[in-house]
Unconditional design. Structure first.
Ligand SMILES: Nc1ncnc2c1ncn2[C@@H]1O[C@H](COP(=O)(O)OP(=O)(O)OP(=O)(O)O)[C@@H](O)[C@H]1O
Ligand SMILES: [Mg+2]
Lengths: 243, 288
């Protein structure tokens, strides 16, 4: 079954069709790769799926339910969480606060009560320990290194109560040791039955992690299927290697 | 003793004002100049209801808080779409409008002359005639306000607001209805400010528009900034210092006019020095 589907999705940014008539689906419990040259519309697709921007045309379905033009917080309630290409943390808040924001209740009324704080803090500390960020728990997130910040953002999105995780280039700029760590995290996420969408330029990582890969070029879908076969198609090679 | 109690009452009133404004400025990250409008709403509610309709003090206070909170909800729907300088200027527009309402709605607010003959606060028919008893009441209300705000800001609510001041879009993708959180924060802030207004009205038994103009908004904002953003103890400190400092100038034996000018200069100089040496305020968590 598809966890997430788009049909004829189109988004124009000024004159450019950043996403052009895109129809694709993310199989539930799989890691789906999205690749394509710079400016091919990968991040715009993520923005559409998470409600950061509204589509001009087309449909999005989550677990079979049509997603009308709704706010990002409503989309989150469908079980979708995401990271951003430029890491977006709450830099002036502590590392643990960043995790707690993913964990705590979304309901306004429940947010007024401190009843759950103790348990949440225990869980957040546990999550940070597992990610190797425990020593930074009470430091501002802005004081972490780039790689640590990236790791924290991934840790935060995985801590969210979501079963569809959208990642925009999570491996970019990471130290090889951390790449291994994040790969393992994503495999575990899949093993837990969650669905992952992975925007990534590194084809080696795509081959290693993805069950399905879609190739975008100038907003259009040019190929899709299992990575081994898809990545060796001539049109994909042409788009990637510049003819 | 009466004099000390007077300073204490004013300190308590401004503590309530700066605590409540910190919710908007410190926690939501929105520099607001509209606070005097909510403060004035409470003061006029108590003035009108107790002087003209013989309503009890507490009933008038609750009514004023409800009106101010409801007004803030409506204003919030407009203001909260804005950020930064845009928010600041729009909030300035709002306080100017309210100032004009207080000044010109002669039949209701008494216009520029204001409303006199407001009965002092009373608890179950016991009229609080002495400054000391009014101080105890104001102090008690201030403690309750502090406890309420300390609780909700240390609950997930406060964290969600603080996150929103950095990146609302991310807060929304994490599943929080940011508009709702910001709007309620403004409503609570406005409602609490109105309570301070009620205390003032019943204490001085007289209200006039000049007490709730843009200068008043600036003073409260300065208290919050000096005390520290997103720190409630900072707000208590900022308000207490800015209320007691000018009072202590009197003991230097300066003529009233000179003391008043000196006070303005001290406010201004404190603000400038603060921006250079401690932009996060005395106890604040965020730099301006
Ligand atoms: N805010 C914007 N203003 C103007 N054009 C934009 C904006 N965002 C995206 N675009 C355009 O939309 C198209 C798709 O951009 P998008 O960021 O989705 O590409 P991408 O595939 O994520 O690229 P990259 O690999 O560099 O991250 C590009 O042509 C880009 O110029
Ligand atoms: Mg991108």
């Amino acid at each position: 079954m598809a966890a997430l589907e788009t049909k004829d999705l189109t988004k124009k940014i000024f004159a450019v069709k950043a996403v052009d008539n895109l129809t694709l689906s993310l199989p539930a419990g799989n890691i789906t790769g999205i690749i394509g040259p710079n400016g091919s519309g990968k991040s715009t697709l993520l923005n559409l799926l998470s409600g950061i921007c509204k589509s001009d045309q087309g449909k999005i379905k989550v677990k079979g339910r049509a997603l009308a033009d709704v706010n990002p917080h409503r989309i989150a309630s469908y079980g979708i969480a995401r990271t951003f290409q430029g890491v977006r943390l709450f830099n002036q808040m502590t590392t643990i606060d960043n995790i707690l924001l993913a964990l705590s209740e979304k309901s306004f009324f429940r947010s007024l009560s401190r009843r759950t704080e103790k348990n949440l803090a225990l869980r957040a500390n546990e999550i940070l320990r597992a990610a190797g960020l425990a020593d930074w728990a009470y430091k501002p997130a802005g004081e972490l290194s780039y790689g640590q910040r990236k790791l924290l953002e991934i840790t935060r999105v995985l801590a969210a109560p979501a079963d569809i995780i959208l990642l925009d280039e999570p491996f970019a700029g990471l130290f090889p040791e951390i790449i291994v760590k994040v790969s393992a995290l994503l495999k575990k996420t899949r093993a837990d039955g969650r669905t992952v969408m992975l925007v990534e330029h590194n084809l080696k990582i795509i081959r290693e992690l993805c069950d399905v890969v879609y190739v975008l070029d100038r907003g259009k879908l040019i190929a899709g299927g299992p990575p081994g076969e898809t990545l060796s198609r001539p049109e994909v090679l042409a788009a990637y290697l510049g003819n | 003793m009466e004099y000390l109690a007077h300073v204490g009452i004013m300190a308590a009133i401004y503590c309530i004002l700066s605590l409540s404004l910190n919710l908007v400025v410190g926690y939501c990250g929105r520099y607001s100049l509209s606070h005097a409008a909510f403060y004035g709403t409470g003061a006029y509610a108590t003035a009108i209801l107790t002087a003209n309709y013989h309503t009890g003090f507490f009933a008038s206070m609750l009514f004023g808080a409800a009106i101010a909170a409801a007004g803030a909800l409506v204003i919030g729907l407009v203001l909260n779409r804005l950020q930064g300088e845009y928010y600041l200027l729009a909030s300035l527009g709002f306080v100017i409008i309210m100032s004009s309402v207080f000044n010109n709605l002669n039949n209701i607010t008494g216009g520029a002359l204001g409303i006199a003959g407001i009965p002092p606060p009373a608890i179950l028919d016991n009229i609080l005639r002495s400054h000391l008893s009014v101080f105890l009441l104001a102090f008690l209300i201030c403690v309750l306000v502090y406890a309420l705000l300390a609780y909700i800001t240390s609950a997930p609510f406060g964290r969600i607001l603080r996150a929103g001041r950095e990146d609302e879009e991310v807060v929304a993708t994490l599943g929080y209805n940011t508009t709702l959180f910001k709007t309620v924060a403004l409503a609570v802030s406005g409602g609490v400010a109105a309570i301070a207004g009620s205390i003032l009205a019943a204490y001085v038994t007289y209200v006039s528009p000049s007490s709730f103009d843009i200068n008043e908004s600036i003073l409260i904002l300065v208290m919050v900034i000096l005390g520290g953003l997103a720190d409630l103890k900072g707000s208590l400190l900022g308000a207490t210092i800015l209320v007691t400092l000018p009072e202590s100038l009197r003991f230097l034996g300066l003529p009233a006019v000179m003391a008043d000018n000196l006070r303005q200069i001290i406010y201004g100089a404190a603000l400038i020095l603060m921006m250079f040496f401690r932009p996060q305020g005395f106890l604040g968590k965020y730099k301006i």
